[in-house]
Design a protein around this ligand. Structure first.
Ligand code: ATP
Ligand code: MG
Length: 557
């Protein structure tokens, strides 16, 4: 992959790595990983984690692993594995041949657990989940020892082997680490490290009946892969003592360390797979890749580019304190990117017909720039004729003085074409405007008056000849509240108006060549991309990726 992921903004994890390299505490190596659980599609929060992990590995000439943390058979699916691979690759993180699955280590993890039992540092318990909770105590009260805590090592070994063989029901026994039931850290009160699940795993089938818990499997997977810096989100800070305990009590191939950063929270959306699954399953959205979703597949379909997401992650930085990010920052990252790269074209979303009375019954070709600030992007020819469309909003019958667009008796510039003056407004029986009759000044070809008269407004247009009809999908925020989770019913804040489909749009003919995924600036309207799934040349479908910051003042120089 040629793309580099930038971690230019200084962050505290970089400083830790620099110190580790200076003191040679990791043998001069930097090795990170991104460890998704394949129980949903990746979202923009995961992009932050990928950018941090991959970015640091790249910056320090280290290695980066993609590791599926697939230890929970009931919730995990191959579909999720495949989508994650596609999304990480799309974002530009290159794991080379280093893709791993925690399930590949099940045998090794089992042997490590046997070793803990042998050392009398783990035991098979037969309290049920409810009792375990009850015995655990709480923040003010210490826990109590399970009656099985002092089970003989030999007995625990035998029971653990039978758990593995499938002799028991789910929940009948668990394996617990023997740490300290009075620890002020609840995670250290003899945490469960293995549980029985008579389930089918998407990779190992039904060969395993016991599955390791996250806190046990994660640190050991890191150690097996020689990860040096295991970077995760802040909610794991209290789990770090357990991470260290497991590694300190076993002979592992390496000794990784865990570091925590603040997760990304984005306003007006939710970033929890559990909630995103609900939106999908309950048909609030059309799927994980609905263009309103904060998933990478949704953002991609909306028209987000990998570089815009990487730049966003760079801008928000890596911190230790929880913050919320305004979606405007994400939108700006896309504007900045497409502002540079997207070809400019003209499209009219909500058209009104304009007849240019004094224009001959012919068509001419006018030259338009593909990117006014980038002449190297070239020009294209667009047809102009007697009948054109303009945006309904660009005409006003009783216009105030400062309305610089079209109005009866007023003159406006058609971008790359002529100055036109509105002579007559044609309405139907209901009083709706159906046509505007105008005249043009043939001496203003290209848009400038030879007599130097000032015409402030410039509007976009599409000629009827060659115009392409298209479906346009306009999107808004998924939720009406900045923090939906704060409400009693987070789904009550779902934005019912978050998707609007227009069937009226007319596009300039050059868009006949648009390929799915191609991005354009529709002049004055925003950035649009041809829908990745539904767009065809016979039935063009464009999504608005992001609006223009400045709706129209900019082009009217
Ligand atoms: P979710 O809360 O969406 O279910 P998760 O943490 O359960 O996310 P994982 O698949 O375990 O999902 O996440 C993989 C990695 O991505 C973890 O290291 C996790 O810390 C990180 N991650 C998840 N959500 C965010 C977020 N919002 N911001 C930054 N990193 C995140
Ligand atoms: Mg997780």
């Amino acid at each position: 992959m040629t793309d580099t992921i930038n971690t230019s903004s200084s962050n505290f994890i970089r400083r830790i790595i620099e110190d580790d390299l200076a003191s040679n505490s990791t043998g001069g190596k930097v090795h990170t990983r991104f460890p998704p659980e394949p129980n949903g599609y990746l979202h923009i929060g995961h992009a932050k984690s990928i950018c941090i992990n991959y970015g640091l590995a790249q910056e320090f000439n280290g290695s980066f692993n993609l590791r599926f943390d697939d230890t929970n058979p009931e919730k995990e699916e191959v579909e999720y594995v495949e989508s994650i691979i596609e999304d990480v690759r799309w974002l530009g993180a290159n794991w080379k041949s280093r893709m791993f699955f925690a399930s590949d280590y099940f045998e090794q993890l089992y042997q490590y657990a046997v070793e803990l039992i042998r050392q009398d540092k783990a035991y098979v318990d037969e309290l049920n989940a409810e009792k375990i909770r009850e015995y655990r105590g709480n923040l003010t009260e210490p826990g109590r020892n399970s009656p099985w805590r002092n089970r003989d090592v030999a007995e625990s070994l035998a029971l653990f082997a039978r758990m593995k063989q499938g002799d028991f029901e789910d929940g009948q026994y668990v394996l617990r680490a023997k740490i300290d039931m009075a620890s002020p850290n609840l995670n250290m009160r003899d945490p469960v490290i293995y549980r029985i699940r008579n389930a089918v795993h998407h990779r190992t089938g039904d060969s395993w009946k016991i599955y390791p818990m996250y806190d046990y499997a994660h640190c050991l997977s890191d150690a097996i892969e020689h990860i040096t810096h295991s970077i995760c989100t802040l909610e794991f800070e209290d789990h770090r003592p357990l991470y260290d305990w497991v590694l300190d009590n076993l002979q592992t191939p390496s000794r990784p360390h865990q570091y925590e950063f603040a997760r990304l929270n984005l306003d007006y959306t939710v970033l929890s797979k559990r909630k995103l699954i609900e939106l999908v399953k309950e048909s609030f959205v059309s799927g994980w890749n609905d263009p309103r979703m904060p998933t990478l597949s949704g953002l991609r379909r909306r028209g987000y580019t990998p570089s815009s997401i990487r730049n966003f992650c760079d801008v928000i930085g890596v911190t230790k304190n929880d913050t919320r990010i305004d979606p405007v920052i994400l939108e700006n990252a896309l504007r900045d990117d497409l502002g540079e790269t997207a070809q400019r074209v003209m499209a009219v979303l909500n058209p009104v017909k304009v007849v240019i009375e004094n224009y001959p019954d012919t068509t001419e070709q006018l030259e338009a720039q593909n990117h006014p600030q980038k002449p190297e992007m070239g020009t294209r020819m667009i047809p102009f004729g007697k009948v054109i469309y303009i945006e309904r909003d660009d005409f006003m019958e009783d216009a105030p003085k400062n309305f610089y667009r079209l109005a009866p008796g007023r003159e406006v510039r058609l971008r790359y074409a002529y100055l036109i003056t509105c002579k007559e407004v044609i309405k139907n029986a209901q009083g709706d405007i159906v046509e505007l009759h105008c005249t043009y000044d043939p001496a203003t070809r290209g848009g400038n008056a030879p007599d130097g008269r000032k015409v402030k407004g410039t509007i976009h247009w599409v000629a009827q000849v060659g115009a392409i009809e298209a479906e346009i999908r306009l999107y808004d925020r998924l939720f009406t509240a900045p923090i939906p989770e704060k409400l009693d019913d987070w789904k009550s804040a779902f934005n019912q108006d978050s998707s609007q489909i227009l069937h009226t749009a007319m596009l300039e003919p050059s868009l006949a060549q648009a390929k799915p995924g191609a991005a354009y600036q529709f002049e004055r309207l925003g950035y649009f991309s041809a829908d990745l799934l539904d767009h065809t040349s016979n039935r063009p479908v464009f999504n608005r990726s992001v609006t223009m910051k400045d709706t129209w003042a900019k082009v009217s120089k």
